[in-house]
Design a protein around this ligand. Structure first.
Ligand SMILES: Nc1ncnc2c1ncn2[C@@H]1O[C@H](COP(=O)(O)OP(=O)(O)OP(=O)(O)O)[C@@H](O)[C@H]1O
Ligand SMILES: [Mg+2]
Length: 280
């Protein structure tokens, strides 16, 4: 499955959720690709650590190739890096994504990422693809929505985040109606959850009462997240026994199971309930 982790509100946990879910999925035996589409390149640094300084090709080279006659699918393959965690791969971002954006917008290149990801997935056999997005509804986040099957919306239990969720829902609806009928919001991922505090609970209840798909488990707020960022090691490989890590593992497992259900061949209703035929 290809999932965009998107919320245009900054600091809600897009990068933390993308990388830790990806690491959890890899730990569960899946082949996983993280695509970093944010010029801050935080996912790239988190997953590649010091190797980030030696990276030669980034997603910028791919987008540049879409502007030239170079075969753009091949150029995406060139910027896939294996991390030190088995089964986990990343396409790193770079600060120069910012300067490139107006050129890409002017040349209608918004579908190219999706096309190239499908080719890479087919050739390299990724089970799961996760897009980390910038805190804005811009060319790069739109490219990810056009490339993805599902959207995960991180939610940080803050009052302003409710408006942000509504805006993401509208954006996804529009992309789905205009271009990708199968695209939908798989769920809202509750982050920075504090079970002792009343405000997060009431905010989450409001989302549920609106009929929004809130995923469980909720991700606890813990200092271990910052520690794992500064160590450059995602939680499943940093503190496997920690409560927050376990929450990521459970969520990853649920998402993987949802993929299987999606793929499972369903028995045709007529066959399942078939009455003895009159002709027999
Ligand atoms: N569950 C958590 N508990 C504690 N701190 C967290 C948690 N999730 C994220 N953080 C911290 O919150 C900050 C923002 O997280 P993160 O960078 O993942 O958000 P983001 O949505 O990707 O931000 P941006 O919009 O800038 O890309 C980071 O310092 C991160 O360590
Ligand atoms: Mg981020």
């Amino acid at each position: 499955m290809k999932r965009a982790v998107f919320n245009q509100k900054g600091g809600v946990g897009k990068t933390s959720i993308t990388c830790n879910l990806a690491a959890a999925m890899a730990k569960l035996g899946k082949k996983v690709l993280v695509v970093d589409l944010d010029s801050q390149a935080n996912s790239s640094k988190y997953l590649l650590g010091d190797r980030m300084e030696r990276v030669e090709s980034t997603i910028v080279d791919f987008f540049n190739s879409t502007l030239s006659f170079r075969l753009f699918q091949d150029s995406l393959m060139d910027c896939i890096y294996e991390t030190e965690y088995p089964g986990l791969f990343v396409i790193p971002a770079h600060d120069s994504l910012k300067e490139l954006q107006p050129k890409l917008e002017g040349r209608y290149k918004i579908f190219k990422l999706g096309e190239a990801i499908d080719v890479a997935r087919e050739k390299l056999g990724f089970d799961e693809v996760l897009f980390d997005t910038p805190p804005a509804l811009n060319f790069y986040s739109m490219s990810s929505l056009l490339a993805a099957d599902r959207v995960l919306i991180p939610f940080d239990c803050d009052a302003f985040s409710e408006d942000a969720v509504d805006q993401v829902m509208i954006a996804v609806d529009e992309v789905s109606q205009d271009h990708r009928p199968d695209l939908h919001v798989e769920g809202i991922v509750i982050n920075h959850y504090q079970s002792q505090a009343k405000l997060p609970r009431t905010t989450i209840e409001r989302l549920i009462n609106k009929g929004l798909p809130v995923l469980e488990p909720y991700l606890t707020s813990s200092v271990i997240m910052r520690e794992s960022h500064s160590e450059g090691t995602p939680l499943p490989f940093y503190k496997p026994g920690h409560k927050l890590t376990q929450e990521f593992m459970t969520l990853a497992e649920k998402l993987i199971n949802a993929d299987h259900k999606q793929k499972a061949p369903t028995l045709p209703a007529a066959k399942a309930k078939r009455e003895p035929s009159a002709e027999i």
